[in-house]
Ligand binder design. Structure first.
Ligand code: SF4
Length: 357
């Protein structure tokens, strides 16, 4: 077989990381193998974290060959790696089809948090975001999302550290790639695998209403964050075109359902954009909407996106905004900026990479 033919064949094979333990068990059964083989494979993938099927030495040669024949590993090729003084490491990874995605390892005093990407690009169109500039190219498979965490964990393995939390806040709208995102999450929290604590995982959505309801009905303890960015419908539509599809009040209603169903606190992400949504009257309006909700507001001073004309909110205005919310009884923090010196705003590395090609 020519190299190119093999590559083409590999492209059509599913990724082994696309399979959860149930899928592996079904596959084992179909192939006349006992169910414990699935657990062994799962262990090789997520506990021992091997890079190929040949290393799975407690499986027979025939079984390894069968796996090799039917599946492939996700290869994330490191295109760029940027390390910040604060310990943040940002990767631009190349995928098998020449697309590129960003993954970030953030170092906190409580452990390492990984920010993963769920789509190549994004079609949501938030006006302050670089990820959406080229539109949506394609969804990632569950396995391609899994691979980002496994790769990060392998890097951390070298220092004897582990991934302690995951945020789904990289490029893309996870609720527009819902099934793959949920499958990824179930693989991450599985006790026989990486076993990441559910309360240490947060999915962030721009407000895809039908899937907020769906997520509320999932039996998980995974946290939900909403990119709200405005205190009312009109301003939100200006900043986030998705608000025309799913208006502010519909998002709030879905969140009230989520709260009633789960009793879990919601995080609201609010990107402060100088002179646009960062004035005390905006803070007051937001406080009026949120004051009776079990929630937390995370203020994010917006990173400068060269393609947009937004300016940064002054420190003084950030604190004023925070004070208005806090005085109304809303739980609020200002996000600690990470990787500011390495263009860590979502989508900026990839945007730069696309420009250079
Ligand atoms: S902020 Fe998130 S949802 Fe909005 S365009 Fe960027 S990646 Fe998409």
């Amino acid at each position: 077989m020519h190299m190119n033919d093999k590559d083409r064949c590999d492209e059509m094979k599913p990724f082994i990381y696309d399979l959860n333990l149930d899928d592996l068990q079904a596959w084992a059964k179909e192939n006349g193998e006992p169910a414990f083989r699935a657990s062994q494979i799962f262990d090789w993938l997520y506990v021992k974290r091997v890079n190929n099927f040949q290393e799975m030495t407690n499986l027979s040669k025939e079984l390894r060959a069968k796996l090799e024949d039917q599946f492939q590993f996700v290869t994330l090729t490191e295109i760029t790696k940027l390390e910040s003084k604060d310990g943040t490491v940002k990767f631009l990874f190349g995928l098998h089809d020449d697309h590129a995605i960003e993954t970030v390892i953030m170092k906190h005093n409580y452990g390492n948090s990984i920010c993963v990407t769920t789509q190549v690009g994004c079609r949501i169109g938030c006006t302050f975001c670089a990820s959406t500039l080229g539109g949506l190219k394609r969804n990632l498979t569950a396995g391609e999302i899994v691979a980002q965490v496994v790769q990060a964990q392998k890097i951390l393995d070298q220092k004897g550290e582990r991934v302690s939390s995951i945020v789904i806040m990289g490029s893309g709208e996870p609720f527009e790639n819902y099934e793959a995102t949920m499958k990824f999450l179930r693989i991450m929290i599985h006790e026989k695998g990486l076993n990441i604590g559910q309360r240490h995982i947060t999915v962030s959505t721009s407000g895809i209403v039908p899937n907020i309801y769906k997520f509320a009905n999932e039996d998980t303890q995974i946290n939900l964050a909403i990119s709200i960015h405005a205190p009312n419908d009109m301003l939100r539509s200006k900043l986030m075109p998705v608000n025309r599809r799913y208006p502010f009040e519909d998002v709030m209603e879905a969140l009230r359902y989520y709260l009633a169903k789960t009793g879990r606190r919601i995080t609201f992400e609010y990107a402060l954009i100088g002179g646009v949504n960062d004035q005390p009257e905006h803070a007051q309006e937001l406080a009026d909407v949120l004051k009776d909700m079990l929630c937390h507001v995370n203020l994010i001073p917006v990173n400068h996106v060269p393609e947009r004309k937004y300016v940064r909110t002054s420190r003084n205005d950030i604190f004023k905004f925070q004070k208005v919310l806090a005085e109304s009884g809303v739980n609020v923090t200002i996000r600690r900026e990470q990787g500011h010196d390495i263009a860590a705003a979502c989508g900026q590395l990839r945007a730069k990479h696309m420009e250079l090609r």
